[in-house]
Structures are given as C-alpha cells and as structure tokens.
Design a protein around this ligand. Structure first.
Ligand code: PLP
Length: 426
C-alpha cells in the first residue's frame, strides 16, 4: 500500500489541472474571424443592419439543427429562455404540473415556474437521471409534462420516459444543457422528446459565454417558441399578425440571441466532435483504469455510447467515506469533490432550492402554487427530505470534471490516485 499524499507521501498527480471550459479554452482564430465579420459589417442584430448580410444566428440555427437531425433550431439567449419558451410552446401554463428531477441546476425547475406551472420533483436513480418508476408514482390529473434532464452529460432512460408520456398524454422537453452531442440509442439528445433545450453558458461543452437553443421536429412548437422567445416574433420577417394562425400569436418575452453570440457559436459548433472525442477518450481511459478497483462503483449510464464524457462520477459504499476520499484525492493533486453535503449549499440539489421548497414568489398572490386552475385537490408541497433516494445516492458519489485538454499522462495519474486512495479509504 502506498503512503497517501494527505499523510505525507508523494503526490500521484503532479501535472496542473485544467479548468472545465471545454470549448472556451479552445477559442481561437475561427471565433475571431466570425466575430470580426459581424463587427466589420456592423450587422449585430439578426433581422437587419446597414448592409445586407446573412445572419450568423440563422446560420448557426440551421447548422446546429442539421447536425443533430432536427427539423428546426431556434437560438436563444440561454437554456433557461429555451426551456421557458419550449414549455409555453408545448402548451404548459396555469394549473399544470410538470415533473422534473431534484438533481439538476435549479433553472430546469425555475423554468417551469416561469411558465406558470407547478414543478413536481421526482427521484433520480443510480444513473443520477430521472427515475421512471417515481415519475409514474407522481403523475396526477394535473400533470401536463416532463422535463427530462440529461444530467452531467448522460442520457435519461428515454424509452421509459417516452412510454410514460405516451400513456398519460404528456409533453416531454429534454434539458440537454449539460449534454450537447450526447445520444440515446443512436439519436442525438434533444430530438427524442417534443423539444430539446441546450445551453452555451461558459461551463458548457461549446460556448459563447451565454446562449441557448431549442430544437424540435414539430413546426407548431417551433412557431410558438419563436413567438414566445421574441415578444410575439415581432421581427419575424415572413409573416405579420394577420398571417399568424390561431395559437401562434401571443405576447412573449425576449430571449433572442445576438449576432456576436451566433458568430462565436458557429465556430464552436465546428469544434464539438473533436471536444467530445477527447473527453470520451479521457473518460474511457480513466474508467478502464479503475474498472476493478475495490470499493469504487462507476455511475451506470442508460446508454454508455451516448455519454458525452464530460465527467467521471463514482460511488463509494458509505457516505461517511466520501469526504475523506475526496480530500485524499485533492491532496494527490486530483480535482475531485463529493456532491451532496446538507451543510454545503449547491444549486444543483433540490434540498437546497429554498425558493422552491418554501414557494417564494415575487408577489403575495403565490402564483403558480395557489392557482384556481390547478386540477388537483391538494396543493403541491415540498420538503428537503422528500426524495430520500436522490440524497442517499448523491451523498455517496464523487465527481470530477474531464476537460478535453487532459493528456493520457494526466488520465494515468488520476487512475493511479484513485487506486491509491481506494486501497486505503474505500
Ligand atoms: C441542467 C441545466 N439546465 C439548465 C441550465 C440553464 O442554462 P443557462 O445558464 O444557459 O440558462 C443549466 C446551466 O447550468 C443546466 O446545467
């Protein structure tokens, strides 16, 4: 048994750790060229400018949707805006309940509230994505839809989720914020439900600092998303109010993407396959290296082929082991951390969503929770302990990012560190 670095031994990993900005760290000549074109043309708004130019946002939407195999792409200013627009477009509104998991960035849940519906929070299973069995249990006459979050880069059990949705006539919005380029049984994530939503915020695989996208195969959902994301699509050049069909014309918000963002994203999209290949290669090398490590169980994945490789998550057999294990890994030079600790706030775990748990609203009317249109007799209520499986699983898991910039040597040192620490502490 080797002496752990935390006890004075030599570090297993002596190379520096990259921050997790996969596409961000690669920003280079192509992004500069695209952005300079926008600036040189003074064409900063997608619908008009002093010169007649092709919109970068439009070009990005077209290229993104084509790459993923969707009929429509609609660029937005964020994934939160994409989620709100999609939910509204799918017909979610006052009185509806929408199911979401308790392990996601809380924006997935907040978007439901912003669409004036009531979030119902279900358990994750060992994959740390939506547990279909718990979804079935929490369906009520008021349930309108499901937000399926492909959390930390891996696909939900989409066969089971789509079967439940079909049985109960629910809409499905896929939250692919953390899983761009991921697949499920050969289909790109975001193309399986009614709509798929993506984030290009700086921590995401491809990025312009901020940004989002909706993809859908349904032209009506696209038109309604278009309306909601752009104050009734007032700049849409191809039809004015009179030409809109019933259900297309209504007031919306402004979640439009700017041409500068579209320019950066066009260049970043060209990097997606390379980034995914590098993260997947690194992830595989590490997982292979710890496959037989006693006391460590790598998170199972619904379709391992579809994992984007953005991270490594593994379980220990007791939550008490997590903090010492993570501290020992850090001392070895590996940037790893536990995921759930009731005392440490984290916006990704429902037990910390005080604004949801306590139903905080900007006015005393308490919309959407006290809604005369809510079809269920009892009000929806929340408790930090209501999803024990989620907390139990997250309490035993260790997480580390897998930057695409990592080398094979980095990966081998991480394997060495995990094996060294597991031999003493797992
Ligand atoms: C799962 C998930 N959904 C939604 C969002 C919101 O994305 P954005 O910041 O682009 O609004 C994020 C951002 O981190 C996320 O991780």
């Amino acid at each position: 048994m080797e002496q752990l670095a935390i006890n004075g031994g030599p570090k297993a990993k002596t190379t520096p750790n990259y921050p997790m900005y996969p596409g961000g760290l690669e920003i280079g000549d192509e992004e500069k060229k695209q952005v300079l074109e926008v600036l040189d043309n003074k064409y900063l708004f997608r619908y008009y400018g002093p010169a007649d130019c092709e919109s970068k946002v439009k070009a990005f939407e077209t290229a993104f949707a084509a790459k993923l195999g969707a009929r429509h792409g609609l660029a937005t200013s964020s994934c939160t805006g994409a989620l709100i627009s999609s939910l509204v477009a799918c017909g979610v509104g006052p009185g509806d309940e929408v199911i979401v998991t308790g392990y996601t960035f809380f924006a997935s849940c907040a978007a439901i509230v912003a669409a004036k519906a009531i979030p119902v929070i279900v358990e994750v299973d060992e994959t740390l994505t939506m547990d279909p069995a718990d979804v079935e249990k929490k369906i009520t006459p008021a349930t309108k839809g499901i937000v399926a979050v492909h959390m930390r880069g891996v696909p939900c059990d989409m066969d089971a989720i789509m079967a439940i949705a079909k049985k109960h006539n629910l809409i499905v919005v896929e939250d692919c914020a953390q899983a761009v380029g991921g697949t499920y049984k050969g289909k790109y994530l975001g193309t399986i439900g009614d709509a798929g939503c993506f984030s290009f915020q700086y921590h995401k695989t491809i990025t312009a600092g901020e940004g989002g996208m909706v993809i859908t195969n349904d032209s009506r959902i696209y038109d309604r998303c278009m309306s909601y994301h752009d104050t009734a699509a007032c700049w849409r050049p191809d039809r004015f109010a009179e030409q809109r069909y019933e259900g297309e014309l209504f007031c919306g918000s402004n979640f439009r993407m700017s041409e500068l963002t579209g320019a950066v994203m066009l260049a970043q999209l060209g990097r997606l396959d390379g980034l995914l290949a590098d993260m997947r290669k690194n992830q595989k090398r590490i997982i292979d290296g710890i496959a037989n490590t006693k006391g460590v169980k790598v998170r199972p994945v619904n379709d391992p082929e579809g994992d984007t490789g953005i991270c490594l998550m593994f379980y220990l057999d007791a939550k008490e082991k997590v903090e010492p294990f993570a501290n020992a890994l850090k001392a070895e030079g590996v940037a790893a951390a536990g995921v759930f600790n009731a005392g440490i706030p984290d916006w990704h775990i429902y037990a910390h969503w005080k604004h949801i748990i306590e139903q905080k609203t900007p006015t005393p009317v308490n919309c959407p929770w006290e809604c005369p249109y809510h079809k269920k007799s009892e009000p929806v209520q929340y408790d930090p302990a209501m999803n024990p499986n989620t907390l139990e699983l997250l309490g035993r898991v260790i997480h580390m990012d897998i930057p695409p910039q990592m080398t094979e040597e980095d990966c081998d040192m991480i394997v060495h560190a995990i094996n060294k620490v597991a031999a003493v502490l797992a």
